[in-house]
Design a protein around this ligand. Structure first.
Ligand code: SAM
Length: 259
């Protein structure tokens, strides 16, 4: 049976989302690989390359979960070669990548992953428990903001967008990677079958948790389509709003700048 999510009152949504991610935290990374056939790696890579990370940047990754996006940003910054070596040393010392997530279980899986990657003492990575709708960061404090597969789970998306806008500096970039909407008719049928039949079954088999993955599929349906979300960003105040569809709209990357 489904969660009957439309009937669930708003106040209960946050709690429900919390339960879902507490229950999936330990199997989260393997399920990502399975459900997307490993494609989420390419999508996150694309997200980070669109961000153009740079040494010394202050970056906030919201709904950062187990740290996937943050690790990639850090990797990308570390791989940058600079002609001015002194500049690298000066700039790099100040790099701060904040991983903010409402769920402490996801963050602790992330911290363990950081240790496994030899990033346990990495000063640039900061793990913070917090809500996308009420960030604890100062106005105009971030060069970049990313949210990957996260905004769909937030109860009031407009509040999360307003918070993103608030914490970004002028010229700061907003990027959102999210499961979105497929238009092409035949592909849509295949995708619908995959998501309604295969994903919950996979969730049951691998994570022993059908309901959480049923919730996932329903939350994708409820998410606004590409144009509507772009409009919401523009209404928040973002400029140069655009989006890129990947795999025919299975996933979209929306971007915007605060000017
Ligand atoms: N960004 C990570 C990734 O791409 O692998 C994790 C994505 S996971 C599907 C969604 C995450 O959003 C979960 O870790 C969940 O705890 C978090 N989340 C849900 N609601 C949130 C909120 N209001 N504020 C911050 N994080 C939230």
């Amino acid at each position: 049976t489904s969660f009957g999510f439309k009937e669930v009152r708003e106040e209960e949504k946050s709690k429900l989302v919390g339960n879902v991610f507490s229950s999936v935290a330990s199997s989260y990374d393997i399920m990502n690989d399975l459900m997307s056939g490993g494609l989420h790696r390419l999508w996150k890579h694309r997200l980070v390359s669109k961000l153009h990370p740079f040494p010394g940047m202050k970056h906030l990754d919201v709904a950062g979960g187990t740290g996937d996006v943050a690790f990639r940003i850090l990797e990308s910054i570390k791989s940058v070669r600079y002609r001015d070596v002194q500049g690298v040393l000066d700039g790099f010392g100040e790099t701060q990548i904040y991983v903010c997530d409402i769920n402490p279980n996801m963050l602790s899986v992330g911290k363990n992953r950081a240790i496994e990657k030899g990033l346990g003492d990495e000063q640039s990575l900061v793990w913070i428990e917090g809500d996308a709708e009420a960030l604890s960061f100062n106005d105009l404090s971030m060069d970049g903001y990313t949210i990957a597969f996260g905004i769909r789970n937030v109860t009031h998306m407009e509040k999360a967008l307003a918070e993103a806008y608030r914490v970004l500096k002028r010229g700061g970039r907003f990027l959102c990677l999210e499961l979105s909407h497929v238009e092409a008719p035949l592909f849509k049928q295949i995708y619908d079958y995959y998501s309604f039949a295969v994903i919950p079954a996979m969730g049951e088999l691998v994570a022993g948790d059908r309901e959480s993955y049923q919730y996932l599929v329903e939350s994708i349906r409820r998410f606004p389509n590409q144009e509507t979300f772009a409009q919401m960003m523009a209404d928040t105040g973002f400029e140069k709003v655009e989006y890129e569809n990947l795999v025919g709209g299975v996933v979209a990357i929306h971007s915007g700048v605060k000017l």
